[in-house]
Design a protein around this ligand. Structure first.
Ligand code: DLL
Length: 434
């Protein structure tokens, strides 16, 4: 099903005319209302009137996560706070996450966009949807919740965690569609087997997964073990949350970007130069309709490519390949974004540790684990076991608090963490995306 066929199947020329109209409007709006953008554009000598074609987007300034942090919390908002009806936030470095805002109309748009994702993944009005993304500041839970409701499905807002209960809910409430991260879906499959629940007692038929990278092999495994059709969807808080792009169940090949709301570009991450269609590079997005937090050329740091192909689903939107990597050191562990610099800041605040550490990410079964290996200072290492345990406890508590997920801390002897001549190797990622 296509949720908004009047937009999703627009002929390309009409779509581009709509994009240009909204691009001009967005540029005018940020120039007038957001001092940050006015200054950036003035410095570059660009005026809103200079935007005459879609290609002119390349004359506009980029926006980065750091820009959002520097203007924390509300500095880039383009409407007065009394028109902001919701905020969400994404993890960032210590103390300064990225805060994003929505107007009433933005929430309306967002519900339609996540309804599009779900409809593209095969969801129908008579489905029972179990939303196992976290509800709260993270955009996953609420974002997809409103889309599922908008579509008219029955929503179970179970949120994340307690897998045993998730399985019971799934069986007893007759869940037909599961919404979470792909790694969690595999974990759910595992727990279903452990609990001895007969898959035939479940009504599950669909899964819409996102918020982290996954592969075709993982899709196949999820589909086989849960007996469902699984589709991928992508988004990021800064742009809106989930609802930026989604796969259609007909092709399961590339994620249609909702181009009537987002103008995508692919750039060379090193030079910032735009790359032609089909080349791999960093995805950059300009929002076309956002009111509270419109962003010009937001650098997602996600690596992908764009391609246009006639799709059996009839959508005319450009597709992006499943994103597989990032240009920065951000890690996604159990769906939570983590920067090594967050750990560094914590360690720097604790006595007796050396500023040498490594994050070791692995996968036990289907769940990500995060170990933090920390070197102690020379004089500390030979101290008592009791003192070592105290130190481990302090570090564990502080890091878990800052990252928002549980970690295991291991103390290692001074000078055991590999030193490199260039960039420190802060991350050892042993997860194999099969
Ligand atoms: O993860 C929004 C979301 C929620 C998307 C639920 C889909 C479903 P953030 O926490 O801001 O927002 O993280 C955004 O996660 O820049 C990518 O690196 C990564 N990411 C999101 N979806 C995918 C995906 C949400 N389908 C960051 N494949 C993005 C690969 C993804 N990576």
């Amino acid at each position: 099903m296509i949720w908004q066929p009047e937009f999703e199947t627009l002929p390309r020329d009409e779509l581009e005319a709509l994009q240009l109209f909204n691009l001009k409007r967005t540029v005018r709006r940020v120039y007038q209302n957001v001092p940050f953008y006015r200054k950036k554009m003035d410095d570059m000598g660009v005026k809103p009137e200079d935007i005459r074609t879609l290609e002119d987007v390349r004359h506009l300034p980029f926006t980065t996560k750091d820009d959002l942090r520097e203007n924390y919390p509300y500095g880039l908002f383009a409407i007065p706070m009394d028109e902001v009806v919701r905020v969400h936030s994404s993890s960032g470095t210590t103390g300064k996450p990225t805060v994003v805002g929505y107007s009433k109309k933005d929430l309306e748009t967002w519900s339609n966009l996540t309804a599009r994702v779900l409809a593209a993944g095969g969801l129908k009005k008579n489905d029972v949807v179990q939303i196992s993304f976290g509800y709260g500041l993270f955009t996953g839970g609420f974002g997809l919740h409103y889309g599922a409701e908008r579509l008219g499905a029955t929503v179970i807002p179970v949120s994340s965690g307690n897998t045993h209960r998730q399985v019971l809910v799934m069986r007893d409430y007759g869940t037909t569609a599961l919404i979470c991260t792909p790694s969690y879906a595999l974990h759910v499959a595992e727990v279903i087997e452990e609990m001895g629940v007969n898959p035939r007692d479940l009504k599950l038929r669909l899964g819409m997964f996102g918020a982290e990278p996954w592969t075709e092999a993982m899709r196949k495994e999820i589909e086989d073990r849960l007996g469902i059709d699984a589709t991928d969807n992508y988004g990021l808080s800064e742009i809106i949350g989930p609802g930026v792009s989604g796969e259609c169940i007909e092709a399961k090949h590339g994620l249609h970007i909702f181009e009537d709301h987002f103008l995508p570009e692919i750039i060379d991450p090193a030079t910032g130069e735009p790359l032609p269609m089909g080349e791999m590079g960093e995805l950059v997005i300009t929002t076309l309709t956002k009111e509270a937090l419109p962003l010009l050329r937001y650098r997602t740091r996600d690596i992908t490519k764009l391609f246009l192909e006639e799709c059996p689903c009839r959508r005319t939107f450009v597709k992006m390949e499943k994103p597989q990597g990032r240009t920065d050191d951000m890690l996604i562990v159990r769906g939570v974004n983590i920067f090594p610099s967050q750990v560094e800041e914590v360690l720097l605040s604790i006595k007796d540790t050396a500023p040498h550490f490594q994050l070791v990410v692995d996968r036990k079964g289907y769940l990500d684990t995060l170990e933090v290996w920390v070197e102690t200072s020379e004089d500390f290492f030979f101290d008592s076991m009791r003192k070592q345990k105290e130190l481990v406890d302090t570090i564990t508590q502080k890091i878990s608090e800052v990252l928002g997920i549980s970690v295991k801390v291991k103390l290692v002897e001074p000078h055991t963490i590999e030193r490199t001549t260039g960039k420190a190797k802060r991350v050892v990622d042993r997860r194999e995306l099969k």
